[in-house]
Design a protein around this ligand. Structure first.
Ligand SMILES: Nc1nc2c(c(=O)[nH]1)N(C=O)[C@@H](CNc1ccc(C(=O)N[C@@H](CCC(=O)O)C(=O)O)cc1)CN2
Ligand SMILES: Nc1ncnc2c1ncn2[C@@H]1O[C@H](COP(=O)(O)OP(=O)(O)OP(=O)(O)O)[C@@H](O)[C@H]1O
Length: 210
């Protein structure tokens, strides 16, 4: 099966969930994450606004606000085809649809945070495997934005955690040189800590520069 076929199939399955199932799974995902050190240790957390059947970070967002965390949303960087900026998101922040129709806050320089200053990034995804390979919407946005995690082995932040339904897991996704592996994936069934290929395992090994 090609990547495009796999995307189509998994996206259709996501869209077929009922609103009640979607809401129940979203609450379970939040429960699994808020009891995990990845969440408790994080102060600056990026989330996303769910689009066309994506897992809903809503309950997690409410818990994060209650816990006093700072929240950020991805914004398509102007003048760059594949880069995301992260902009502060408070309850009153106005939102404007981007070119894909996904709402985003307006870019104000003092509200933008460099991606490497985030502690935790909750990423949307279409498919994932247990090595942390991620199939996204095909824009290469998250890989481009967090490529420092591959290039500089001593940079551990932010932690990238995918949010997905358990049925979005596939046995193995092909790995491209620019893919930035996910640290973990949270589904309605629990939190999966990913184990990258040994030769790609840059984050769990003791590192002289780290
Ligand atoms: N909710 C959410 N926000 C997000 C992402 C995401 O995957 N989900 N992104 C993650 O990167 C970035 C936006 N990337 C996106 C890439 C493609 C499409 C999309 O709808 N593609 C169309 C075809 C594109 C076209 O022809 O214009 C499609 O697949 O139907 C949407 C978002 C930033 N924000
Ligand atoms: N570092 C890079 N160098 C060159 N091309 C890249 C790089 N990152 C991404 N791309 C391009 O972006 C395209 C989409 O990448 P990929 O299929 O991995 O996106 P995705 O992870 O599914 O999408 P997204 O992160 O936006 O949800 C690739 O086909 C490739 O052409």
């Amino acid at each position: 099966m090609t990547r495009a076929d796999l995307r189509r199939q998994l996206r259709a399955r996501r869209l077929a969930l009922s609103p009640a199932e979607r809401a129940r799974h979203a609450r379970a995902m939040a429960r699994h994450l808020i009891h995990h050190p990845l969440f408790s240790a994080a102060r600056r957390i990026a989330v996303y606004l769910p689009d066309r059947g994506e897992a809903d970070p809503g309950p997690l967002v409410r818990a994060a606000r209650a816990a006093g965390k700072d929240l950020y949303l991805p914004v398509l960087a102007p003048l760059h085809p594949r880069l995301l900026w992260f902009v502060a998101w408070e309850p009153h922040t106005p939102l404007i649809p981007n070119r894909f129709g996904i709402p985003e806050p307006p870019v104000r320089r003092r509200r933008c945070l460099p991606a490497r200053h985030l502690d935790l990034v909750i990423t949307p995804l279409v498919g994932f495997d247990r090595r942390g390979n991620r199939l996204g919407m095909g824009g290469g946005f998250y890989d481009t934005t967090f490529r420092h995690l591959n290039r500089h082995r001593h940079w551990r932040r932010p932690h990238l955690v995918g949010m997905a339904y358990a049925f979005q897991e596939v046995t193995a996704l092909p790995h491209a040189s620019w893919d930035v592996p996910l640290h973990a994936v949270v589904t309605e069934q629990g939190l999966i800590t990913c184990r990258p290929h040994p030769e790609l395992n840059t984050k769990d090994c003791p590192c002289p520069t780290g």
